[in-house]
Write a protein that binds this ligand. Structure first.
Ligand code: DMJ
Length: 595
């Protein structure tokens, strides 16, 4: 045992603290040193060795730790630089609309903005752009620098446009100067005056590929609907954009290969066809086809007939339209989701949605009417009746913000579920109003557009889930839009921005551009892949871990980016709503007899 330490003198402690200034500093230090030394001497050899070993170990650890921290610090500074670099790389790649009545900016402003122009881009109509006219007053010294700055800014814009024009929207609005090929039919007002895409090197490269590599003699099953809207629609659109008959002959070849799909007892086409063998069939598990699929191939087949003079394409698809027009099982113009290829009857009756499996039925009623010069009144009647059916049976308002949404009906039971796919509807309604349909359709279009925007905006990533559920009852802590775990993914779908494009074209309200801009920022932030391209994500509600799926659907470049490009263009005649209709994959086709 060690002798007990000398009894502490409480007053002395008190004095050593409070009166330390009255005691010499050296004295107190040397006393402490002496007492430590005495205690050290009182320890056994073993105890001293243990203490020395522990001290040595601690010093060694401290040294190693300091080395590691300095490495981490270096890495951290490096990764900060990386983050900054990435911020610069994750630039919005689409051009934005011109600032409205912009005051010319001072040169100093432009120079200081130049470096940050992408990072600080706000809503499109507030964006900073080089002025069109520049005051000469007091600016002569800076003229060269200004020119360089503007040139650089323009260069940046051009680079962005090049990026987007290659894999995205392939149209350059500022080059809209020349008409398409003289080979375009005289009866059709030249469609794409606005574009001279066929002069672009990318187009030439693509044409070469189509000419040398696109061979449809393949033993492969394709889905009739998907390949019609993407391949046939794309080829027809390329023909109209370029006037190059290569695309029309490819379209005719492909159309012929799809025709066996219509050889069913009911003339309602099969879902699948082998384009090499001509064997067409339903999916293995059913003889049903999807209503949206068999009714959303008409724009393309009709146009193919008009261009080639071969009637069978148009006749086959119009047979389907007529059949469905007179079919029972609808509810105030709303159609079920399935139809049987043998009986020609709707199956799974009593279930109504504007989402998957029914959506583009409604879209193509209106668009065929427009395509044909607004003469086929039966199409119009079916469309208008369906909109009334939607109002009567599927519309509700959410809580707390009273967002108007389109739900679903199953055997009389309403479900507050809305697919993101339904967001095509505000755009289609606005397109109808542009072509003379009732003004109350526009009220509905605006209300639904707000809802689709909120489906994006209320998510942590700013991107809509695949399916939203709406809260219909006032409940504390509940937002309007709710998402089930299985529905949290985002496939880079176009419907919201597609509708924003139509709403902007019809109303000229720049808020729709702003909303599109926000969505583009979110795509760039959460779905853009640093090495190139974009990816679907698993979870729109987790901005820290959105979980990329490593998959980019072709509709992202075919539709989503194209509609964003057109939304941000202030050239309202670029693929104007009076000259063309976009098929459901965003490929523009001509209106036959423009009003
Ligand atoms: C597109 O392929 C078409 O728009 C189709 O009509 C349904 N939606 C997808 C993209 O979401």
């Amino acid at each position: 045992m060690y002798p007990p330490p000398p009894a502490p003198a409480p007053h002395r402690d008190f004095i050593s603290v409070t009166l330390s200034l009255g005691e010499s500093y050296d004295n107190s230090k040397s006393r402490r040193r002496r007492s430590c030394w005495r205690k050290w001497k009182q320890l056994s050899r073993l105890q001293r060795n243990v203490i020395l070993f522990v001290l040595g170990f601690l010093i060694l650890c401290g040294f190693l730790y300091s080395l590691q921290v300095s490495d981490q610090w270096k890495a951290l500074s490096g990764s900060r630089a990386e983050v900054e670099k990435m911020k610069l790389e994750v630039l919005p790649v689409l051009p934005a609309p011109q600032k409205e009545s912009a005051e010319p900016e001072g040169f100093a402003d432009i120079l200081s903005q130049k470096r940050q122009r992408h990072l600080r881009r706000g809503p499109p109509h507030l964006q900073i752009r080089p002025p069109n006219t520049v005051s000469k007053d007091g600016m002569q010294d800076d003229a060269k620098e200004r020119e360089a700055a503007l040139g650089k800014a323009q260069q940046e814009e051009n680079t962005q446009r090049t990026v987007i024009s290659w894999r995205g929207a392939v149209i350059e609005p500022e080059q809209a100067t020349e008409p398409p090929s003289k080979r375009a039919e005289a009866s059709i007002k030249p469609l794409f005056l606005a574009s001279r895409i066929w002069k672009e090197p990318e187009f030439k490269e693509a044409r070469k590929w189509v000419s040398e590599n696109l061979d449809f003699q393949k033993n492969v099953d394709v889905n009739l609907f998907e390949s019609t809207i993407r391949i046939l629609g794309g080829l027809l659109s390329a023909y109209h954009l370029s006037g190059d008959s290569l695309f029309l002959s490819k379209a005719e070849d492909f159309g012929n290969r799809l025709m066996p799909a219509f050889t069913t007892p009911s003339k309602i086409p099969y879902s699948d066809v082998n384009i090499g063998t001509g064997f067409a069939h339903s999916p293995q598990w059913t003889s049903d086809s999807t209503v949206a699929e068999v009714t959303s191939i008409q724009l393309e087949f009709r146009e193919l007939s008009r261009l080639t003079g071969i009637k069978k394409f148009q006749e086959a698809v119009e047979e389907v339209t007529k059949h469905i027009h007179s079919l029972s099982g609808k509810k105030d113009g709303l159609v079920p989701m399935f139809i049987n290829t043998n009986s020609g009857l709707f199956t799974h009756p009593g279930v109504f949605t504007l989402g998957a499996r029914a959506d583009s039925y409604y879209e193509y009623l209106l668009k065929q009417w427009i395509q044909g010069g607004k003469k086929e009144t039966q199409l119009l009647e079916d469309y208008v009746r369906a909109i009334e059916g939607i109002k009567a049976h599927l519309l509700r308002q959410s809580q707390p913000r009273k967002l108007t949404f389109v739900g679903e009906l199953a055997h009389g039971r309403f479900s507050a579920k809305m697919d993101h796919l339904v967001c095509f509807l505000p755009g289609t309604l606005a397109l109808g109003v542009h072509h003379g349909l009732p003004a109350d359709h526009m009220d509905l279009a605006r209300a639904l557009m707000e809802t689709c925007y909120q489906m994006n905006q209320q998510m942590e990533t700013g991107l809509s889930p695949e399916i939203a559920h709406f809260n219909m009852y006032p409940r504390a802590d509940h937002k309007d839009v709710e998402v089930k775990p299985a529905d949290r993914h985002n496939l880079l779908r176009p419907e919201t921005v597609e509708s924003l494009f139509y709403l902007y074209r019809v109303t000229k309200d720049r808020k729709y551009q702003d909303w599109g801009w926000e969505i583009l920022q979110s795509f760039n932030k959460y779905t853009r892949v640093p090495s190139g391209g974009y990816s679907s994500i698993n979870n729109v509600q987790n901005s820290h871990k959105p979980e990329p799926r490593d998959k980019m659907e072709s509709f992202f470049v075919g539709e989503t980016l194209k509609y964003l490009y057109l939304l941000f263009s202030d050239d309202l005649e670029l693929l104007g709503l009076d000259t063309c209709v976009f098929n459901t994959e965003a490929h523009p086709l001509p209106i036959w007899s423009p009003a």
